[in-house]
Design a protein around this ligand. Structure first.
Ligand code: CP
Length: 303
């Protein structure tokens, strides 16, 4: 079985296979209903989640299966000191596939080495979030297309796992990537190195206004105040990385604004009513995309 750990493992044809199947599901939501009757998806969430957890739950149920949910960490035997390795070894006996979200970077890779059922990384610390990337790519493809793409990725590029995953996946396409952040939150050196190795076209900026007009897509992420050593340092940079309807007033009409969500204040609510805002649709796309992924992981071809 294939584990889904990192966007780095996904080729262009892997991505297109998931996205095409997701599009088929989105066109006819009844098409894949009951395709996997009785399939069980184990949910192991060691960090909070609304979208990833609930859209995986909805997806397996739409496919005719069900969830086995560890529930909050404090009510599980993790509280008694059980290791992640032991936890996944036990839970693989209860489910046909597992989704793991964990605060430690590298945790999904490590856990996958202890199990035979497919393990899907639902976010590992500041590492990777490959299923978010698939729904991001789906949404970008629907709105702007994935080739000849100019995308701005703004906010916390240092710790943002959705950013690290998306940037890697975009190297499979003809995309110019513009990274917009304060100096202190630049992409980590190892991510920049990998992107260069992949031959990606990347540029780094500290201000949005220098690049905004050239973008097809602006992907906004939350600046994580809790990561700054001094609140005053955060205050210095936070305002420059917020957008509102006025920021977008003179830009291209067809600019698509995305955000993995949750947002705090980096996209003003007055953007929601503009034609740019696609972030709620993006979150909704999590269901067809995760249905498509689960169908493939559970053996969709032979079903
Ligand atoms: N985008 C995302 O992963 O959201 P949740 O943390 O709510 O799952």
């Amino acid at each position: 079985h294939d584990h889904i750990i990192s966007a780095k493992q996904l080729s262009r044809s892997d991505i297109e296979e998931v996205l095409d199947r997701a599009a088929e599901i989105a066109r006819d939501p009844t098409a894949f209903r009951q395709r996997h009757p009785g399939a069980l998806l184990g949910l192991l969430f060691f960090e909070p989640s609304t979208r990833t957890k609930m859209s995986f739950s909805a997806s397996i149920k739409r496919l005719g299966g069900d969830i086995v949910d560890m529930g909050p960490v404090e009510y599980s035997s993790v509280k008694k000191g059980e290791s992640l390795a032991d936890t996944v070894r036990v839970v693989e006996g209860y489910a046909d596939a597992l989704v793991l979200r964990h605060p430690m970077e590298g945790s999904a890779k490590m856990a996958s080495e202890f199990v035979d059922v497919p393990l899907i990384n639902g976010g590992d610390g500041a590492g990777q979030h490959p299923t978010q990337t698939l729904l991001d790519l789906y949404t970008i493809r629907e709105n702007a297309g994935l080739d000849d793409l100019s995308i701005g990725i703004m906010g916390d590029l240092k710790y943002g796992r959705t950013v690290h995953s998306l940037a890697h996946a975009l190297t499979n396409f003809d995309a110019s990537q513009h990274f917009i952040s304060p100096e202190s939150l630049r992409l980590p050196r190892n991510v920049r190195y990998d992107l260069h190795e992949e031959g990606a076209t990347i540029r780094e900026h500290t201000a949005l206004d220098t690049v905004l007009d050239s973008l097809d897509v602006l992907y906004v992420t939350r600046i994580q105040e809790e990561r700054f050593p001094e609140e005053s340092e955060y205050r210095k940079v936070a305002g420059e990385y917020r957008i509102d309807a006025e920021t977008l007033e003179s830009t291209r009409d067809d600019l698509t604004v995305l955000h993995p969500l949750p947002r705090v204040d980096e996209i003003d609510h007055d953007v929601d009513a503009t034609s740019h805002a696609q972030y709620f649709q993006q979150a909704h796309n999590g269901v067809p995309v995760r249905m498509a992924l689960l169908d493939l992981v559970l053996g969709g071809e032979s079903a």
